[in-house]
Design a protein around this ligand. Sequence first.
Ligand SMILES: Cc1cc2nc3c(=O)[nH]c(=O)nc-3n(C[C@H](O)[C@H](O)[C@H](O)COP(=O)(O)OP(=O)(O)OC[C@H]3O[C@@H](n4cnc5c(N)ncnc54)[C@H](O)[C@@H]3O)c2cc1C
Ligand code: FES
Length: 266
Amino acid sequence: MYQVKATVLFNEKAGKAHYRMKLEVSQIAKDARPGQFVHIRCSSGDDPLLRRPFSIHKCAQGRIDILYQVVGRGTAILSKKRRGDQLDLLGPLGKGFEIDSAFSKIFIISGGMGVAPLYMVAQEITRLGQGKEVTVLLGAKNKELILDKDDLESLGLRVMIATEDGSEGYQGLVSDLFERLISSQTSLSLAVYSCGPVSMLKKIAELSSHQGFFCQVSLEQRMGCGLGACLGCVIRGTSGYLRVCKEGPVFDAQEILWDDPGLEIK
Ligand SMILES: Cc1cc2nc3c(=O)[nH]c(=O)nc-3n(C[C@H](O)[C@H](O)[C@H](O)COP(=O)(O)OP(=O)(O)OC[C@H]3O[C@@H](n4cnc5c(N)ncnc54)[C@H](O)[C@@H]3O)c2cc1C
Ligand code: FES
């Protein structure tokens, strides 16, 4: 883990409320694994005081990308950064996805911004070689909010869309589309990697529990230190409390107590 100054190479709009930022930060880029995150000090002053966590979306040649949505003070400040600006980063942090080459059928399932940590999962699975049937399911409220479809297709993966308003692809929730698609699958050869709203992850975790397939999810909790010290991100797991920043943000779906009210962002 490093604390470093990263240089903004670009920070551009990607759709209505989303931005892509590329940062020159060789130390973090060289160690980053799919599912890990960086903790960014958005402001040089004390408003906001706490760092904000963002998944490492892409990583190559000493650079990382983050893909983010403006939802409050920290992300609004981030959206104003320009080429050449410097940001204080901690990273790479947390435990990422375990990508096991043994599985022959893989679903990567994203809801909304959930695609941010999943692009590197898709890249890693592609790198592991041929002979796998990989399907990426991208879900969003409407087609304007679907991110990364072209990038994922250019990795050679089958990409399917679910929109709640039916403006593209399957009309309904991406977890419902997934349930339909797996009804005829053999669970033992199946792996699922997912990130998105808690309600979506909970549904996928229930399917995993009933059908016995391997399933890892990435959770987003509000964070303080990002280093395991403040306990600000704790949730309840099946065998005790879990720090999302340290034991996660990626967990086996069966490790989580999905009815824990602490799972919802307060
Ligand atoms: C491990 C991890 C990875 C993340 N990766 C990404 C990413 O790649 N792209 C991205 O856009 N966002 C990501 N998030 C969420 C991001 O950290 C928050 O959106 C951000 O901290 C909000 O800061 P703010 O100051 O703009 O908003 P605030 O003013 O702090 O809050 C505004 C709104 O955002 C909600 N919010 C605040 N913190 C979080 C949080 N940690 N998770 C979810 N909602 C939150 C609040 O409930 C509130 O409704 C990630 C969170 C975690 C824990
Ligand atoms: S954010 Fe401090 S322990 Fe996780």
